[in-house]
Structure formats: structure tokens, C-alpha cells
Design a protein around this ligand. Sequence first.
Ligand SMILES: Nc1nc2c(ncn2[C@@H]2O[C@H](COP(=O)(O)OP(=O)(O)OP(=O)(O)O)[C@@H](O)[C@H]2O)c(=O)[nH]1
Ligand SMILES: [Mg+2]
Length: 253
Amino acid sequence: MDASAETFVIIPTYNEADNLDDLVTQVLALPVSIGVVVVDDNSPDGTGAMADALAVTYPGRVYVVHRPGKLGLGTAYLAGFKKAMDDLGARRIMTMDADFSHNPRYIPAMIEMSRFEHVVIGSRYVPGGGTKNWGWNRVLLSATANFVARTLLGLQAHDVTAGFRLYRREVLASIPLNRIFSSGYSFLVEMLFLCQRRGWQIGEVPIIFEDRRDGTTKISSKEIVKAQYTVFRLFVRRIRGGEPKQPQVPLAP
Ligand SMILES: Nc1nc2c(ncn2[C@@H]2O[C@H](COP(=O)(O)OP(=O)(O)OP(=O)(O)O)[C@@H](O)[C@H]2O)c(=O)[nH]1
Ligand SMILES: [Mg+2]
């Protein structure tokens, strides 16, 4: 059965009970055709039950994928993509964090830009974008990660680690999602690499990224090491030539 919403936002959650209710309410109040897929990894704080309650309150607009434990951000996105594409017939698939770092108010502009671009990034690093309330260590980590990934992988977008994104359906359909090797945060860099290599047009909408409103971070030093390994692996693929670019698919309304 096709759901009526044209855009589905995948929200991966792990212990986001302080944020989820408000966030979903704000997303659904936007003046666009939009629904939500929460992918919860059996959060000990009860986020999964909260998501189920939202699905009852908003039938046909909120869906929940439950996974048995914390399996990583990348595979959570994949589970959400599958739900939105196969079960819900979404035309646009978005991803955003649950912690209000990605303010829902930017979503309409991202959807508008997707008429002209295949992938849209909610970007901190284009004019008008930025970060708020970040300590120097987060600024440094993010700037370094972006610089290294962009340089080694030849990525043209300015914010390549952003989790606030929109993919048109045909983009996700063109990518062998089952062959993506990153399971955690570096999934984002790998996805962008694959999108660019396939010749999809990538646009950026400036956003102000705010530090998480509530709850605690899930980034660990292990994730950072895994991300370095991902960039290295993709760099090797890039210099070897890797997969050919597919012919560019024209933009359809
Ligand atoms: N389902 C699922 N969600 C996750 C996992 N790891 C992180 N998340 C969610 O992914 C989003 C991004 O995680 P954050 O911890 O906010 O990462 P960040 O924004 O880079 O760091 P902070 O905002 O400083 O905490 C949040 O909505 C998390 O709840 C995971 O293993 N599984
Ligand atoms: Mg966050």
C-alpha cells in the first residue's frame, strides 16, 4: 500500500525520549506532504514505545522500525530507506537527527531545492550556514573530518558529514545499498561518495546546526577510527578507478 506522503523523514534514535515527541510533532506540522519513519534500536529509555504511541496518534504518517539493539547509525538509515522505499512508496527520502541539531524549519527549503538537485544537504559549510553552541573540539573534529574526506575523495559538496539530507527516490534506487560497508557515522561519507560517482547532482541548503537539545552524544572514539578507515578504503577505490559513472538520469518533476 502506498502511503500518501511524498517525503518520508528517517529519524534514527537511540535514547532520544527527551526529543522525539516534540520533533515529530514539528515535522508533521510543516506545510508539506511529509511522514516520518523512526528507526529505534531498542533504546533503554523507552524511545521505541514513544515512537509506537506517535504511530497510533498519527496513523499513515508515522512508522516505526524496531531493531533488537544498537546496531549503528548507517544500518539504521538502511532499514529506514527500505521501509520508506518498499513499503511506503516515498518519492523523497530524508534523514535527520532526533536531537534538534537539524531544525525541521529547513525541510521545506530542502524539498524545494530537490526540484533541481537529486540530493540536497542541509549544510553548515556554505554561506549562511554554521554551527551554534559548539565547543572548539567539535568545531575542530568536524572541520578536519570534512577537509580530509573532501580532499581524499574529491567530494564537491562542502558539508560531507552532514546527516541532514534529502535523496530523491531514483538516487537511492541506483545505489547498491546492500554493498555499503560502513555501518556507523561514516555511512554518510560513503553514501555521498556513491551519489557523486553516479553523477547525481548535489545541492546544499544553508542551515545553522545547533548542539543537541537534550540527551547525550553517541559518537565514540571507535566511531572516529572507523570513519578514518572508511575514508581510506574509499580513497583506494577512487584511485583504482572503481565503478563507472552511470549515465546521468534527467531530473523529473
Ligand atoms: N537507531 C540508531 N540511532 C542512532 C545510533 N547512533 C546514533 N543514533 C542516532 O543518530 C542521530 C545522531 O546521533 P548523535 O549522537 O546526535 O550524533 P551527533 O549529532 O554527531 O553528536 P551529538 O549531537 O553531539 O550527540 C541521533 O538521532 C541518535 O539518536 C544507532 O546505533 N542506532
Ligand atoms: Mg546530534
